[in-house]
Design a protein around this ligand. Structure first.
Ligand code: BGC
Length: 458
């Protein structure tokens, strides 16, 4: 149960990520009527979160090596609280932008360190499930933000200030936790690492199972000898992991998820949902499907394996985006229903697979020595492509039409099927140490799991 407590606490970081992404949607029209905001200022204010997150992800790569995994999460909690408080008290647009930049830095730190914290504490056979709790928390955060927007429809200040509560929960929860056994071992703090393993596994410190887990972790930690360098990420043994980590985020973001989430109300409007309230209800429906299907993904991830789930996910998103593209391109009213079905199927396939898997896999594929640096680069890819999609969507719609843009996203997802086939390893049930040994063996990364070193057969 202890490990679920850990996952839940770190998952609050994911909730905050989703909340701060989603909350602006319901606040924008109120802000527009209170301040005179130019299109540029609005764009800057909205994209301040992914921009700050990019900075946070850059900063935190080294920091997690020096200060551990717990301290950056505590720092993120403080920034989340301050950002929420300041944004609720803003009296000018630049103050909102600055506060959202602070929130962004917190999101960037949390988005990397929380999955790392969970992954390094989890037993191999439950790692996928436990890291997926993080993605579940993101979707709950988005839904929570929609609900808060709905409940406080008249006051953007109340919407924003609600973010302080989960931030305080993260602060208190993380304060009570220790660091991960793997980081402690890396720092040569073997006794503390043993205590932490015993605490997480709920066994006595002298238990043989604790001994053997510690021995395996220490062997890898000793082998790591000293912190890694950015250049190590390009070494032949690490490069395959870097390609998978960054590639999966490229595919996840270029599948158009945030354009879809952002434009859902518009699509519903075009599909005949006349009033603003029915559009909001339908958007909340999308939020609910997103949460519900994440549960399905969590159930499947350690059972059918990462590769198979990714195949289903990319094939499903490619087909459903294709449906939306056809419906949008023909502009026939009869096809509006097809667009809505496509949208629901798209969110379902995304939430069960393309949403959680890049987060899960980035936390398990990098060797310990460069794990935090690798994860930091992978999350930088996530924020960079996230920004690119949200920023380019309106312009692309202008030049290619909605059908054309969705056709591109569909194509990206089809490429995802090929990418998975050629490059993605099966990490389900394989310990982090075994993954590392496989990379060092020089065999193709995608052969991992097919070579018999998998504990669970997919
Ligand atoms: C993505 C986010 C997205 C969210 C939607 C996450 O995995 O990284 O960009 O907004 O899923 O649920």
């Amino acid at each position: 149960m202890m490990i679920y407590y850990i996952a839940a606490i770190a998952g609050i970081a994911g909730f905050l990520f989703g909340f701060d992404e989603g909350v602006i949607a319901g606040a924008l029209h109120l802000l527009r009527s209170e301040f005179t905001i130019s299109a540029f200022d609005e764009g800057l204010m909205t994209s301040a979160v992914p921009l700050g997150a990019l900075g946070g992800a850059l900063l935190v790569g080294r920091a997690t090596e020096t200060y551990g995994r717990r301290a950056p999460l505590l720092a993120a909690a403080v920034l989340f609280a301050l950002g929420a408080l300041f944004s609720s008290m803003a009296t000018a647009v630049w103050m909102l932008t600055a506060s959202r930049l602070v929130l962004g830095v917190a999101v960037g730190i949390a988005a990397m360190v929380a999955p790392l914290y969970i992954s390094e504490s989890a037993p191999a056979e439950k790692r996928g499930l436990l890291v997926s709790i993080y993605q579940l928390a993101i979707t709950l955060g988005i839904l929570g933000a929609y609900l808060v927007d709905f409940a406080f429809a008249e006051s953007w200040r109340l919407m924003f200030v609600m973010g302080v509560l989960p931030a305080l929960a993260l602060l208190v929860g993380m304060y009570r936790m220790g660091d991960t056994p793997r980081w402690l071992a890396l720092k040569g703090r073997t006794d503390e690492a043993r205590q932490m393993i015993a605490r997480i596994r709920e066994r006595p410190a002298a238990d043989p199972a604790v001994d053997s887990e510690l021995a395996s972790i220490r062997a890898t930690a000793l082998h790591a000898a000293g912190p890694g360098n950015w250049a190590d990420l390009l070494s032949p043994t690490v490069r395959p992991a870097l390609i998978v980590g960054m590639g999966l985020f490229f595919l996840q973001q270029l599948s158009g998820i945030n354009a879809v989430i952002y434009y859902a109300p518009t699509v519903f409007k075009e599909a005949g949902f006349g009033s603003a309230s029915t559009q909001i209800m339908a958007t909340m429906g999308i939020g609910v499907v997103n949460v519900a299907m994440t549960f399905v993904g969590m159930h499947l991830i350690d059972k059918i394996g990462r590769r198979r789930l990714l195949f289903f996910g990319f094939a499903g998103t490619a087909l459903s985006l294709g449906m939306i593209a056809v419906a949008a391109a023909t502009e026939s009213e009869a096809l509006d229903t097809l667009a809505i079905i496509g949208l629901v199927l798209y969110i379902a396939a995304f939430a069960a697979s393309v949403g959680p898997l890049p987060w899960v896999m980035m936390s398990e594929i990098f060797p310990l020595k460069v794990r935090s640096l690798g994860m930091s680069v992978a999350t930088i890819a996530n924020w960079g492509f996230n920004f690119l999609v949200v920023f380019s969507f309106p312009m692309l719609v202008g030049s290619l039409g909605l059908g054309g843009v969705f056709a591109i996203y569909a194509l990206v997802c089809a490429i995802g099927v090929v990418f998975t086939h050629l490059l993605v390893p099966e990490t389900s049930g394989v310990s982090l140490e075994e993954i590392e040994r496989h990379l060092e063996s020089g065999q193709p990364f995608s052969r991992l799991g097919a070579t018999g070193d998998r504990l669970v057969t997919a």
